[in-house]
Design a binder for this molecule. Structure first.
Ligand code: HSE
Length: 311
């Protein structure tokens, strides 16, 4: 009977939600987790090999972001597995502004920590994740779930998490093209006017509070941005048309999800189905290659399962 090397170590499974950062004015400050997940399975092996599955061949080497995140933990705690098996089940669209890279970073860090019996705290993992990603607004909701705002505090990051009030419904319109965060950030000006800065401070605060306190009357006016949307929207074909249409169909607010190109629309919960139907009919005509999701806020964040059976 054949005994594979896989059988000697228990596998760990880590489920990480996709996220939408910024929600209009909260640029690089806050984001929201959704019930759309990437699932990572990890197992230590004794054969000294790295085996990565579930992703295209070009991501099956040591450049893999999940693997690179794992190495951060192993180096920090001086734990060196002989070999590793990493499987990724990808449900979050890649390079679309839905936090897929944050899921890889969080999945790798949390998975590696679990493989070495959790020497690092969740806050330590959060700090490493933000350092890898460069900004906290996708990382924080991916890790903690909910609507999360973060600030740097010396060498650490602090966050406040709220659950979104249940009077809102969320709709994601996903273009059939990618937009790299790097390219999308390169479109931003280095300086903005004080007027625009003031505008965003108030609108971001009101958006965060409107979502957590359940104030559609406020969200209708607060989900407006002057820091990134005006500069990024030329990179997103059909953005103006989709935004106008979504507002006509009753959206309270429409924004670029993260660095784009996905478009986020928020409606009243009682408008979920009518909006969804009208929007999908519109897209079938206007952009038939695009994808559409009605999603719910995910409030638990990253989940770990130990002793998972794999074949
Ligand atoms: N806040 C970031 C941005 C999110 O808008 O560029 C993308 O990672």
């Amino acid at each position: 009977m054949h005994h594979s090397n896989h059988s000697s170590h228990p596998a760990v499974r880590v489920t990480v939600p996709g996220t939408s950062a910024n929600i209009g004015p909260g640029f690089d400050a806050f984001g929201l987790a959704f019930n759309l997940y990437n699932v990572f399975t990890f197992k230590e092996k004794d054969d000294g090999k790295l085996t990565i599955r579930g992703v295209p061949r070009k991501y099956q080497g040591t450049n893999n972001l999940v693997y690179r995140a794992m190495q951060r933990v192993f180096k920090r705690v001086h734990y060196y597995p002989k070999g590793l098996y990493i499987h990724t089940e990808t449900n979050v669209p890649v390079s679309r502004g839905l936090g897929s890279s944050a899921t890889c970073i969080v999945g790798g860090l949390v998975g590696a920590n679990a493989l070495c019996h959790s020497p690092l705290s969740q806050n330590e993992l959060f700090d490493i994740a933000v350092a890898m990603e460069g900004h906290p607004d996708n990382i924080a909701p991916a890790m903690f779930g909910g609507l999360v705002c973060s600030i740097g505090a010396g060498r650490h990051f602090q966050y406040i998490k709220k659950e979104v009030a249940d009077c809102f419904a969320f709709h994601l319109i996903v273009p059939n093209f990618e937009l790299s965060t790097k390219a999308s950030r390169a479109a931003l000006p280095d300086e903005i006017s004080r007027q625009d800065g003031v505008f965003n401070v108030a609108h971001a605060t009101m958006t965060y509070l409107a979502l957590s306190d359940g104030r559609p009357d406020i969200l209708k006016n607060s989900m407006k941005d002057k820091l990134h949307e005006p500069y990024r929207k030329p990179l997103i074909r059909s953005f103006d048309k989709v935004k106008k249409t979504a507002l006509d169909f009753g959206a309270l607010g429409v924004s670029i999800s993260g660095a784009g190109p996905t478009i986020l629309a928020i409606t009243r919960q009682n408008n979920l189905s009518p909006f969804s139907e009208k929007m999908q009919n519109f897209l079938a005509e206007a952009e038939p290659q695009w994808r559409y999701f009605d999603l719910k806020p995910e409030n638990e964040g990253t989940k770990i399962e130990f002793n998972v059976k794999i074949n």
